[in-house]
Design a protein around this ligand. Structure first.
Ligand code: NAD
Length: 264
């Protein structure tokens, strides 16, 4: 490991299992010497998250449903008691009814639109409202987004609209919190086979397409995302805020199918 995060304490939100992007990020941070706390959603995930946290030397594993204001308050009250200050935060949370992650965007229901925006977008702002009070100059926050915010991707539908709003909120948060020396950034990750991703229609096809057509001719791993997160959350990223860093094997610069890509 390196010493980039020595003496730094941070909260990881959105760990579900060892396939989670949050796991790749947590491992990179712990390897660099960070002290970690984890939040999980629902009792069922506690059994998974507890042992993973332990692997990285953490015994701070707290429940938080970001759809519930009181639950977010309780999380930050516990953290404040335990640590007092917070150096970084990782928001790796998104949710939508998977019945609407296929078919047409135009058919999105009002209820799922509101819920997807609440859990996938507002939650980051709600979390930063609390985190801000525990942060000092040099602190850094990170959320996860996807290219479906910028361009239409099959099946991504309401999540694309939510990610576009999340990316805009990163910019507004960067401005508000920048005056206090707090940085706010996003990583736009290429497709990775996780629990959340398995809800998206034809996800295997999307993975293949990215593998054949990205400049690096491969998909990214949660380790790739972890390394970029380490940059943004450590002092290496001291001059970077409001940024959306693409960790997608370069897919976002591509204009059309590669000449060497197989027919699909
Ligand atoms: P994941 O299923 O491992 O993680 C999603 C997490 O969101 C889970 O831990 C789940 O418990 C949490 N969550 C959902 N609703 C919640 C709530 N109400 N309160 C608290 N937590 C809640 O999947 P992942 O792919 O690692 O997702 C992490 C983030 O990365 C998401 O924002 C996702 O949109 C984003 N992302 C994923 C990909 C991909 O291809 N997997 C690509 C780009 C961006």
């Amino acid at each position: 490991g390196n010493e980039l995060m020595q003496g730094k304490r941070g909260l990881i939100m959105g760990l579900a299992n060892d396939k989670s992007i949050a796991w790749g990020v947590a491992k990179a941070l712990a390897d660099a010497g960070a002290e970690l706390a984890f939040s999980y959603q629902g009792e069922a995930l506690k059994k998974r998250v507890g042992p993973l946290a332990e692997q990285l030397g953490s015994d701070i594993v707290l429940p938080c449903d970001v759809g519930d204001e009181a639950s977010i308050d309780a999380l930050f009250e516990s953290l404040k008691e335990r640590w007092g200050e917070l150096d970084f935060i990782v928001h790796a949370i998104g949710f939508s009814d998977k019945g609407e992650l296929r078919g047409r965007y135009v058919d999105t229901s009002r209820g799922n639109f509101a819920m997807s925006m609440d859990i996938s977008v507002y939650s980051f702002t709600a979390v930063m409202q609390r985190a801000e009070k525990m942060m000092s100059p040099g602190a850094s926050a990170l959320t996860l987004t996807y290219y479906g915010a910028e361009k239409v991707m099959p099946h991504y539908n309401v999540m694309g609209v939510a990610k576009a709003a999340l990316e805009a909120s990163v910019k507004y948060l960067a401005e508000d919190l920048g005056k206090d020396g707090i940085r706010v950034n996003a990583i736009s990750a290429g497709p990775i086979k996780t629990l959340a991703a398995s809800g998206i229609g034809d996800f295997r096809y999307i993975m293949k397409w990215n593998e054949y057509n990205s400049p690096l001719r491969r998909n990214v791993t949660t380790e790739d995302v972890g390394k970029a997160a380490l940059f943004l959350l450590s002092d290496l990223g001291s001059g970077t805020t409001g940024e959306n860093l693409h960790v997608d094997a370069g897919y976002h610069v591509v204009g059309m199918k590669a000449v060497d890509a197989p027919d699909m």
